[in-house]
Design a protein around this ligand. Structure first.
Ligand SMILES: *Cc1c(COP(=O)(O)O)cnc(C)c1O
Length: 523
């Protein structure tokens, strides 16, 4: 912590009074306009010969006015996208402390494997006899997922965690319908600390969502679950470890109560990376759980990138798994495509057009194979160790709820430590940007006031954790010393300063409109 107490205020005030540059650039950080602003319609980076006379079949649909697409020369186009990419922040540029997201390093080996032509260049409509290797990889991935969870069946097709939740909850709905209790069981219990996708999923397929309050210690009380259970309850959805980074220590009692009431136990497995190789979730009484391959088993995600959310199912729910189902036949592996066909008699339907995210399957299996059983266990142990290290190193300056016991994979702070400073969680997050970090998750989970949720994962070195901790300590000291300006104006150094985030979300401007010509504007 030898960076504490340096005369940081002087440095930042100086920067604030530095000259506005003529170009808008700041040294080698370059401003970049939209391609519509910098492009010229008469320019193109390619030189294509005029097409030979052809028969125009567009008729009255043919465009009469020019399309006005902006053009750039080839080097200009290259610079445009490289400059934009430099404004981006990703796990490959620095520590990405978002909690509830698991931004971990994606080894390049995974990328190399995913680009093998036998995986990258195949088409979902190819005859199955020509993709036996890909089917073999899916079977191997399934075997690993079942071994790691102890569950009975796995559906690979869901394309994200939330999609996996939908799949698992549809399996639960199908199971109740098969028992003739589909109508009667119309309620799903969701603890108030749940990820927003849980209640959203239940509501999407027509369930009424009933909230279960958290205990003062941040976990779910089996007695509160029992009190809420009844013949109208279809399922309980529980995230474990939960979004406060805590292991639900009464999970077995909760599962038993749920089963006794004839309901199913859905476990949100997005935080599986905290217990991978340590806990067989089948032993906890789970009936369905999605696994975010893009969180637990590396692979890049965020910004809407591809994900994969396979769902593991218990004995009771396995028959309802969606098609296509991967089955072993005398001719080798095959995908059963039709509901009702042999091997998919009670299938709930189809979650996606084809077999799922092949690229993600390859990356996840590459990660599993390169780690091995001991490596996967160590990854979860190190992820938990890193989170607890961060919490322990910051607890004297920042306030951490539920700190009477170890955290799992996330370090959670509230805003009590900011009392009297005139600053908020948001101000701290913005100041962290100036220090070169993506902010942590803020104001989530909702059950913690002004929450700051930090998930370092196992892929940060101790040196990198120490630097991050030192940066947060510096900020905490500055906040307590009354250096408000540093926070309230932050970020000072980002290409854009404080945005009106509410307006951006509510009334986004998604279409560029050409400014009126100067002459018109002057009238
Ligand atoms: C990330 C996450 C989800 C949703 O997963 P997506 O792949 O983003 O759809 C659900 N629950 C929890 C606890 C999560 O962290």
């Amino acid at each position: 912590m030898n960076r504490e107490g340096r005369g940081a205020t002087t440095a930042h005030s100086l920067a604030l009074t530095g000259p506005e540059t003529f170009t808008g650039n700041r040294a080698l950080d370059l401003e970049e306009g939209l391609i519509f602003e910098i492009g010229r319609t008469e320019v193109t980076g390619v030189d294509i010969a005029e097409p030979a006379p052809f028969r125009d079949r567009l008729g009255t649909q043919a465009r009469t006015a020019p399309l006005d697409l902006p053009g750039l020369s080839e080097p200009e186009a290259m610079r445009h996208y490289v400059r934009l990419s430099r404004m981006n922040y990703g796990i490959d540029s620095g520590l990405f402390p978002l909690g509830s997201c698991t931004m971990k390093h994606n080894p390049r080996l995974n990328e190399k494997m995913a680009r093998l032509p036998g995986f990258a260049d195949i088409h979902p409509l190819q005859p199955q006899s020509t993709v036996k290797g890909a089917l073999g990889l899916m079977a191997e991935l399934s075997r690993y997922l079942l071994e790691l969870t102890g569950m009975q069946a796995v559906a690979l097709t869901p394309k994200a965690g939330a999609h996996g939740e939908l799949c698992g909850m549809m399996a639960i709905k199908a199971a109740h319908a098969a028992r003739g209790e589909g109508e009667q069981r119309h309620v799903v219990l969701v603890p108030e600390s749940a990820h927003g996708t849980n209640p959203a999923t239940a509501a999407l397929i027509g369930y009424e969502v009933r909230s279960i309050p958290a205990r003062p210690d941040g976990t779910v009380d089996p007695e509160a679950v029992k009190a809420a259970l009844g013949p109208e309850v279809a399922a309980l959805m529980l995230t474990n470890p939960n979004t406060c980074g805590l292991f639900e220590r009464d999970v077995v009692a909760i599962a038993e109560a749920v089963h006794e009431a004839g309901a199913y136990f859905y476990s949100d497995g997005a935080n599986f990376n905290a217990i991978l190789g340590k806990v067989r979730i089948a032993d906890l009484g789970v009936d369905a759980m999605h696994i975010n391959l893009h969180k637990t088993f590396s692979t890049p995600h965020g910004g809407g990138g591809p994900g994969a959310g396979p769902v593991v199912l218990s004995d009771a729910l396995a028959p309802f798994a969606p098609v296509p189902a991967l089955v072993a036949t005398t001719d080798g592996l095959a995908l059963v495509e039709d509901e009702g066909a042999d091997g998919a008699e009670q299938a709930l339907g189809r979650m996606s057009a084809f077999h799922g995210q092949m690229g993600m399957f390859v990356r996840a299996l590459a990660w599993m194979l390169s780690h091995g059983a001991d490596g996967m266990r160590q990854a979860s142990e190190d992820a938990v160790l890193s989170a607890n290290y961060i919490r322990a190193c910051l607890m004297d300056l920042m306030s951490a709820p539920f700190a009477d016991r170890p955290a799992m994979h996330e370090a959670l702070f509230d805003d009590a430590w900011l009392a009297g400073t005139g600053l908020t969680t948001l101000d701290v997050a913005k100041a962290l940007i100036d220090e070169g970090y993506h902010p942590m998750t803020v104001y989530f989970p909702l059950v913690v006031h002004g929450a700051m949720l930090i998930e370092p994962t196992e892929s940060e070195s101790k040196a990198s954790l120490d630097l991050f901790i030192a940066s947060l300590r510096d900020l905490a000291l500055a906040a307590k010393a009354g250096d408000k300006e540093r926070f309230l104006g932050a970020p000072y150094y980002a290409p854009r300063r404080r945005l009106d985030e509410t307006r951006a979300a509510r009334t986004p401007v998604l279409r560029w409109t050409k400014p009126a010509p100067v002459a018109d504007a002057a009238e």
